[in-house]
Write a protein that binds this ligand. Structure first.
Ligand SMILES: [Zn+2]
Ligand SMILES: [Zn+2]
Length: 436
């Protein structure tokens, strides 16, 4: 017996140590090896935002839990099962944000942002949190890049949001994209349709899965979304909203589709696309990768969201793009991240005096926009040169004791192997000539 006890103790200590050095389940680190992907996506998102006149906004990761309960809707999976909610030491009930739109609207109301720009066009990026079952490609902490246009319900902005999301994806060199689009009407026509839908499913209630049965009264739209194989065929005979739209919603949707056609965007109307969140109305859409049959971006209009939060009417439209999904898709398609700045040369130095002077010289190059890599901690030139091969830089600068005294430096062209000596006072000029 004592033996077992001893063993148990050892195992426990080991596993505790192990857990301490592991990130929380579903919340992976983003490692330097993937850095180029993240940078290229965020840089691209930022340039597309600038071109389309969207301005940066960042809201906190924590918000009052009620914000999301009111906006996203109590009967959604996000609120029912997936939101991280807890009480602070001061007793406030807060939540890790599960999505980015409600916080932006909260910020708009709080800071009267409509006073500064109308409409207000903003973009954001950052982590979101949903406590789902972790599975490949769907972690509990994930990142979104989002665009929102607030305080205008003109269909031109639905078009602009779809365009900016597509431009973002196209700038990253995505091909074979498809736009699925639908409208879910306004307060008036939507409630008519909702009743028809509820009735339709009520009559076949015995065939529904447990989730659908439970949602039938509160949120019948969600039944169209159910992935259960018994439920999916049932929607084929379900009524579609297009038959129940009011005149205004009909015109709005028609204009959105005209704008899309006008911009040569191919689209696929999907009468059963509803998107799971309560705050959506009128236009809803998803951008799909045809090669992988999964959504890269999703969004829609949310004209009532501000009122749901207790504010005045502030219409809006937005889109969110999942960064992890983008990277996964780009890797599967063997695309490469493209960065504004690539390492162009390695700086190698041998000898104490030369090494000491290296920092100043490298800084001079860097101040002139040249990305320099180095491995100065390694003593031998050979070991330093290995890094040049690894990162495939076209040029290496070699700075030894002799060069230090002669105030020169050796430039080696890695492609041809040719070496020549240049004077230090012309370093930047000479390097620029060679890496054009
Ligand atoms: Zn309507
Ligand atoms: Zn179902």
């Amino acid at each position: 017996m004592p033996k077992t006890k001893k063993n148990k103790k050892t195992i426990l200590t080991k596993s505790n140590k192990f857990d301490l050095l592991k990130s929380v389940k579903g919340m992976p680190d983003i490692l330097p090896k993937d850095g180029a992907w993240w940078k290229s996506i965020i840089q691209t998102g930022q340039s597309v935002s600038e071109l389309h006149d969207f301005h940066f906004i960042e809201t906190p990761i924590l918000e009052p839990a009620t914000l999301f309960e009111l906006a996203v809707g109590a009967s959604t999976d996000i609120i029912e099962k997936e939101m991280y909610v807890f009480k602070t030491k001061g007793g406030d009930r807060v939540a890790l944000r599960p999505e980015g739109t409600a916080p932006v609207v909260r910020s708009y109301i709080e800071h009267h942002l409509g006073y500064f720009a109308s409409p207000l066009k903003v973009y954001y990026y950052g982590p979101m949190f949903r406590y789902g079952r972790p599975q490949a490609g769907r972690e509990r902490q994930f990142h979104q890049f989002g665009f929102e246009i607030l305080s205008d319900n003109d269909p031109v902005y639905d078009g602009e949001i779809i365009l900016v999301a597509l431009e973002f994806l196209k700038s990253l060199k995505f091909k074979n994209l498809s736009l699925k689009i639908n409208t879910i009407g306004c307060k008036i026509c939507r409630s008519n349709y909702r009743e028809k839908l509820r009735k339709y499913y009520q009559d076949i209630k015995s065939k529904l899965c447990c989730d659908c049965e439970r949602r039938l009264e509160k949120n019948p739209f969600r039944l169209l979304d159910c992935k259960n194989e018994n439920c999916m065929p049932l929607r084929n005979n379900a009524p579609i909203i297009l038959d129940y739209l009011c005149q205004n919603c009909n015109n709005h949707f028609k204009t959105v589709l005209e704008l899309i056609e006008d911009n040569n965007i191919s689209y696929e109307p999907d009468p059963y696309l509803v998107r799971g969140l309560d705050y959506y109305n009128r236009t809803v859409f998803e951008i799909y990768s045809l090669d992988f049959k999964w959504a890269l971006a999703g969004g829609g209009r949310y004209d009532y969201l501000s009122e749901m939060l207790g504010g005045r009417c502030i219409p809006g439209v937005g889109v969110a793009i999942g960064i992890e999904r983008l990277i996964e898709t780009m890797k599967l398609q063997q695309m490469t991240p493209h960065l504004k700045l690539k390492p162009r040369l390695l700086f190698a130095a041998v000898g104490d005096q030369a090494k000491k002077a290296s920092l100043r010289l490298m800084n001079e190059l860097r101040s002139n926009g040249i990305v320099v890599i180095e491995a100065l901690g390694k003593k031998s030139l050979r070991a330093q040169m290995k890094i040049a091969d690894k990162f495939k830089v076209p040029l290496v600068l070699i700075f030894g004791q002799k060069e230090f005294f002669e105030k020169t430096i050796i430039v080696r062209d890695m492609k041809t192997g040719a070496q020549e000596s240049i004077i230090l006072s012309k370093l930047v000029e000479e390097v620029k000539k060679r890496i054009k």
